[in-house]
Design a protein around this ligand. Structure first.
Ligand code: NCD
Length: 327
């Protein structure tokens, strides 16, 4: 098995007691060999799930193991695809979907204490989404149970980037030498941040960040791009970026992370029939979803629209990730 996971010594333990644990916290943990292995496995699971006999075999693979999904923020795809992935292996998913309101967090409990308690219960994996940037790393620092970051505030969403990369790889057979237009709320969107970082691990990519100045991608990401020699530009001209794009990665305004979203200038960033006219025929349009109004539903029937299959890929990538953790 490839060493996919970040080795994180427990902060509260002495040197001799310190154990190595396996968490998935950031795309920075993955190199190209690990990613390729994950994609191969994801495609194998895709085939197995499609075959009734193999699907039955898969369902006994991790019987008796349990996955806890602890979500402090709303989710449809991430939570349900992780739980479905676990169920496909015969695992029992146990879930709290609005932990910000319904867990002891509402009484003032820290994420560290909550995770220490879940460690006592002996889950095999904890999938954690939290509204605070860095909360998943804090949780991992006190957790022997593997933690998977399912999105931490404005920080990262590594498993989304893995399924995004898988989607790109399935189309182009590579993750290098691509022109990628990443648009929307790049200041607050963690999926765009994770994908940009992941693409910077590959040679020859060129990223066009399409947004208004108020919502441009963070300086920390730009520093990483410069350090890795990944070309990028920032523009408010969507058409300019679409004209020669291989991949269009569009995202919504993260209203929940903005104090006054309605004060922002509007318009000019909707992928619609006109935008399709300038986009190359063999490009793909991606979106982590949910979309609000930044992609016109008219676009859905265009063969370049790949956001629904992209979401579907998440199931198999997450199965592969669970398998690598438990195997
Ligand atoms: C994303 C997220 O939670 O960051 N959703 C997802 O997991 N597909 C994107 C978003 O909410 O805009």
């Amino acid at each position: 098995m490839a060493k996919v996971f970040y080795n994180l010594p427990m902060k509260h333990m002495g040197e001799e007691e310190s154990r190595v644990m396996h968490h998935v916290l950031s795309v920075e943990q993955f190199d190209s060999a690990q990613l390729e292995e994950l994609f191969i496995e994801a495609d194998q699971f895709r085939d197995q799930v499609a075959d009734p006999e193999q699907r039955r075999d898969l369902a006994s693979r991790y019987v008796g193991r349990q996955l806890c999904s602890l979500f402090y923020e709303p989710s449809t795809r991430t939570r349900l695809s992780f739980e479905k992935a676990a169920a496909n292996f015969g695992m029992i998913p146990i879930s709290t979907e609005n932990a910000r309101e319904f867990s002891s967090a509402s009484k003032g409990e820290t994420i560290e204490d909550t995770v220490k308690v879940l460690n006592e219960y002996g889950f095999d994996i904890i999938v954690l989404r939290h509204h605070e940037t860095g909360a998943t790393s804090q949780a991992a620092s006190v957790s022997e149970t593997p933690i998977i970051n399912a999105g931490d505030g404005k920080g990262e969403h590594p498993t989304q980037a893995l399924l995004d990369a898988h989607t790109i790889f399935r189309k182009f057979g590579r993750l290098d030498n691509l022109r990628v237009a990443i648009g929307g709320d790049l200041a607050n969107g963690r999926t765009a941040r994770s994908l940009a970082q992941l693409l910077s691990h590959y040679k020859g990519n060129h990223l066009s960040f399409v947004s208004i100045p108020e919502l441009q991608i963070g300086e920390d990401i730009k520093v990483k791009l410069r350090e890795s020699g990944t070309g990028f530009e920032e523009t408010a001209d969507m058409y300019d970026a679409l004209r020669d794009a291989d991949v269009v990665y569009w995202t919504r305004l993260q209203r929940e992370r903005l104090e006054n979203p309605d004060a922002l200038p509007k318009g000019g960033f909707t992928i619609d029939a006109l935008a399709l006219e300038v986009l190359p025929q063999d490009a793909i349009i991606m979106h982590p979803l949910p979309r609000v109004d930044e992609i016109d539903p008219q676009v859905d029937s265009d063969p370049r629209a790949q956001y629904f299959p992209q979401a579907g890929n998440g199931l198999y990538v997450r199965m592969a990730l669970i398998d690598q953790i438990l195997n």
